[in-house]
Design a protein around this ligand. Structure first.
Ligand code: GAL
Length: 687
């Protein structure tokens, strides 16, 4: 009798499906939708970055005719102390992004507790924990929160969801699935609100473009910053630094930026933010001599202020409750504090000709940084401050250089959403070569840039392969702060290293154009294959529109790579490499596997020591058997005049590569490019 009742009750039980209520979606820019769960937060990622959408740029992207996601199924709600958003996901959709990841590319099926951290391993404590994902269906979603966030990327099934797969019995059914497919990405923060932004495509690359432009466009570095960077050991003096720079010139290795590490300051960890009177007795004289030799100076700093620093007193009411290495932590969310920081950097650095900064330790290692419950004068909680601290520093230093009229490019160890327009590349203390290459590919999926620096190597072969990767990233840098390694440190391997560094200079006009595309059109300079054709490779990528790079690793004599659709040619020799296929290459040690698509033109210059020196001859390399065309961008390479139209876009065209035309395509300015002579070269042919 009892049993019958139970069965009857079970038969009657109706499981209702209660997804979070649909959010109110509003189009806030062409192809960009916004919705708010709960209350608007005082600080978000985009507000911390001071993002102002580039509306004219957004208006030039493809018109959006269809909703990028079924908004009627995109909901959100407040649950206990959480704000939750749920974004629908279809069965065959792949997800990419979720920060500066060092492993893999497919993010579907994972749970990510995205936190700012000095990346050590894993998938959610990252140098750039950007809560942005890109779908293979051609749209992107940003959870615009400064809070640590949990993202369930196609994980979890709500009770009663009609889209849930059929329940199976593990005892008997071989198709039982430990992770039943889910039809949503859910995200939650411990807060009273969460803003969600959806960026339409139609392609994944278009979605990324829309994201960057919504953040204000991509960074536009000065030309010199695209040359080679070298950082000197920890406590080098002015004389040692000058001598190091001279050696580059004497040995004929390109050098545009010399980076000084903690020793330029009179004390560090915590910092004085002033030149050491012992190691740099005459900062102005040192800067003058470096400038005369065509080398820019970049200064290391971490933001933690020593009690002995001149900055301590004026900043003392703007510090957080906790210290880092006993240094006080200025709250850059307070405008007066930010102003003091900018003024000091102007006086001590920019006015002397310092070209930029390396902002260290803003990502934090737990045992070094402030706790989550730290208090800051602006009221921003400690955990949120940690998520955006690197962004706040980039914002203030970017503003300082902008106000001074001189473009900068620098380094930062922690960044986040909204930072695309800041001219800073992320670097790390980790040193796994493969992870570094994955970092190059994933940076463009997180709206940040990445410096896969070389520091040391176990042998000459590894050194060459590391340096080859370094020149294929956003900043090409040797960071010798601890090892003192020089490009020529490995006897017998000097030539291949010099060749890689010269390649970096050679492609300057091509790379500069790619940065202009990033700035004006939002297109990442380096593009993961997932943005190109949905490929999942993390060891090859597109550098600009037309060069496919597939770096080599020490110990490898050959490697496989995939050539996307179209015909491809070896960059150096022009040899036909294949079309839409996986190939295996066995490059000599001095060779980086680089391939160019048919019909591409690569504008280059002859090797020179400084990317910042004017070059007047353009060497245009034409690949393949069809007429070639490419875009070329140019401006003065150092000021912000390009923002007022003082720049030019050209179209390069050729029928057969032996001669061709450069036609101006932009109007409205009488600025002309620096290239007075063009040499046309047909490099590659199938026949
Ligand atoms: C580390 C940084 C290194 C180097 C070093 C100097 O935090 O990642 O690149 O600058 O500090 O102490």
């Amino acid at each position: 009798m009892i049993l019958v009742t139970a069965i009857a009750a079970a038969a009657l039980a109706v499981v209702t499906y209660s997804p979070p209520p649909t959010l109110k979606w509003q189009q806030v820019a062409p192809g960009v939708w916004r919705a708010q769960v709960g209350k608007k937060e005082a600080v978000t990622l985009l507000s911390a970055a001071g993002s102002v959408p580039d509306k004219p740029g957004l208006a030039k992207l493809p018109k959006v005719t269809e909703a990028p996601i079924p908004f009627e199924h995109a909901g959100g709600e407040l649950v206990e102390n959480h704000a939750v958003a749920s974004i629908p996901l279809s069965k065959d959709e792949k997800l990419y992004g979720l920060g500066l990841q060092m492993h893999g590319s497919d993010r579907r099926g994972g749970v990510y507790h995205l936190r700012m951290d000095h990346y050590s391993s894993g998938k959610d404590r990252l140098h750039a924990p950007t809560p942005l994902y890109i779908s293979s269906k051609g749209y992107a979603v940003l959870f615009n929160t400064a809070r640590p966030i949990a993202i369930y990327a196609g994980v979890g099934n709500r009770q009663g969801d009609p889209a849930n797969p059929t329940q199976r019995d593990r005892n008997t059914d071989p198709n039982w699935d430990p992770q039943p497919a889910s039809d949503a990405v859910e995200a939650s923060v411990q807060a009273g609100g969460l803003e969600v932004l959806v960026f339409a495509g139609p392609t994944p690359l278009d979605a990324m473009r829309r994201y960057s432009l919504y953040c204000g466009g991509g960074a536009m570095p000065p030309k010199w910053a695209l040359g080679f960077w070298h950082r000197v050991p920890l406590s080098f003096s002015a004389e040692q630094a000058e001598s190091e720079a001279r050696q580059f010139e004497q040995r004929n290795y390109p050098l545009d930026v010399l980076g000084l590490e903690p020793g330029w300051q009179s004390s560090s960890y915590p910092g004085s933010f002033d030149w050491s009177p012992v190691r740099f007795a005459d900062p102005a004289g040192f800067m003058k001599s470096m400038t005369q030799s065509g080398v820019h100076v970049n200064l290391w700093e971490n933001p933690y202020v020593s009690e002995k620093s001149r900055l301590f007193e004026p900043l003392h009411t703007y510090f957080g409750s906790h210290t880092v290495w006993l240094g006080a932590v200025p709250d850059l969310n307070v405008p007066a504090a930010a102003q003091i920081i900018r003024d000091h950097h102007k006086q001590v650095g920019v006015d002397l000709g310092v070209s930029g900064y390396k902002i260290d330790e803003v990502d934090g290692v737990d045992v070094w940084l402030w706790p989550d419950h730290a208090r800051f004068p602006s009221g921003l909680p400690g955990d949120e401050m940690r998520q955006v601290y690197g962004v706040l520093w980039q914002r203030e230093l970017d503003r300082l250089f902008h106000d001074s009229g001189k473009r900068t490019f620098g380094l930062v160890r922690g960044s986040n959403g909204g930072a695309s327009r800041f001219p800073f590349a992320i670097y790390s203390d980790t040193y796994d070569h493969r992870e570094y290459v994955t970092g190059i590919t994933s940076a463009g999926l997180a709206g940040v840039m990445w410096c896969a620096e070389a520091r040391s190597a176990a042998n000459g072969e590894e050194w060459v392969r590391r340096m080859q990767t370094a020149v294929l990233s956003h900043i090409a840098q040797l960071n010798a702060w601890s090892d003192g390694t020089k490009p020529w440190s490995f006897a017998g391997y000097e030539e291949p290293v010099r060749k890689a560094m010269q390649f970096r200079i050679e492609i300057l006009p091509y790379l500069y154009t790619a940065f202009a595309q990033y700035h004006f059109e939002g297109t990442p300079v380096i593009r993961a294959m997932s943005l190109i054709d949905g490929g999942g490779e993390t060891d090859q990528y597109m550098l600009g529109d037309s060069i496919l790079a597939a770096p080599m690793f020490a110990g490898e004599k050959s490697r496989k790579l995939r050539l996307p659709a179209g015909r491809w040619y070896d960059y150096e020799t022009g040899e036909y490499a294949g079309a839409n296929q996986v190939i295996e290459v066995t490059p000599a040690l001095d060779k980086i596997p680089l391939f160019v698509r048919e019909g591409a033109l690569i504008p280059t210059i002859a090797p020179q020591l400084h990317a910042g020196s004017p070059a007047s001859t353009l060497i245009v390399r034409h690949y393949g058997d069809v007429p070639g065309s490419a875009r070329l961008y140019d401006d003065d390479g150092q000021s912000y005049d390009f923002e007022h139209g003082n720049c030019a876009w050209y179209k390069l065209t050729t029928e057969n590569g032996s001669s061709g035309q450069k036609t101006r395509t932009s109007a409205g300015s009488d600025w002309n490019d620096a290239y007075h002579e063009i040499i046309w070269r047909h490099i590659g042919s199938k026949h």
